[in-house]
Design a protein around this ligand. Structure first.
Ligand code: PXP
Length: 246
């Protein structure tokens, strides 16, 4: 079974900073602490409206960080130019709506095929690993493969937001999508809304090689500190992976 990587999303350190302006708390400091706590990568979403992560944060993260940076970005020419300039290790293409509170769903790879194709090609040719953030639906995995994206990140939001039988149904869709993605030769990641309560069953899916987790970890850090929160999440992931808890 492949090792399961943890990407820590630091967007909401920047959300707290921006609530008051100024420079505190510093997301780059959080990224360095995350590295020390066992994160395998750092994820940051540069939104069109810059509501949390800023252009300077991205510049500093690419310059100061030893861990790979996964830049979440909308499929726009502005974001493409930024990604080409900074050449992050990875870019995850997400849908973005100005009025949403968070990334509400996966990208519509079918409707956006013509916009995505040149973007995926340009990023790949520039040396960035491209992933598409999609709902766990085989049509989007077929489209990702056809577009030449080597990675898909499965949206776990509906699974995390539901309960009981409905949650199990969403989990099953994630399991099936992960298996199908691997069959197509795609690297499969997952994320959105994951917490201590929901991470285990997703971490136990053998085809999933990376989880990206942010909001819960930054919130939990208020109570126990960032390193302890990440350490506990890492432990739950490793336990689930080794079959100790699922
Ligand atoms: N993966 C992607 C593609 C996302 O857009 C987000 C949210 O920015 C996450 C993972 C992390 O989600 P959360 O902050 O809910 O853990």
């Amino acid at each position: 079974m492949t090792k399961l990587r943890l990407g820590v999303n630091i967007d909401h350190v920047a959300t707290i900073r921006n609530a008051r302006g100024g420079a505190f708390p510093d997301p780059v400091r959080a990224a360095k602490l995350a590295a020390a706590a066992g994160a395998d990568g750092i994820t940051a979403h540069l939104r069109e409206d810059r509501r949390h992560i800023s252009d300077t944060d991205i510049e500093r993260l690419t310059r100061e960080l030893d861990l790979p940076l996964n830049l979440e970005m909308a499929a726009t020419s502005e974001m493409l130019a930024i990604a080409l300039r900074h050449r992050p290790h990875a870019a995850c293409i997400v849908p973005e709506k100005r009025e949403e509170r968070t990334t509400e769903g996966g990208i519509d790879t079918l409707a956006m095929r013509d916009r995505l194709a040149p973007l995926v090609r340009a990023l790949r040719e520039n040396g960035t690993r491209v992933s598409l953030f999609v709902e766990p639906d085989p049509r989007h995995l077929d489209a990702a493969r056809a577009l030449g994206a080597p990675v898909v990140e499965l949206h776990t939001g509906a699974y995390c937001d539901s309960r009981g039988a409905e949650r199990l149904r969403h989990l099953q869709a994630i399991r099936e999508a992960a298996a199908y993605g691997a069959e197509l030769g795609l690297e499969v990641h997952a994320g959105h809304g994951l917490s201590y309560e929901t991470v285990g069953p997703v971490a136990a899916i053998p085809e999933v090689s990376e989880l990206n987790i942010g909001h819960f970890l930054i919130g939990e850090a208020i109570f126990v500190g960032l390193q302890a929160a990440i350490g506990h999440m890492r432990q739950l992931m490793d336990d689930a992976r080794s079959g100790a808890r699922a």
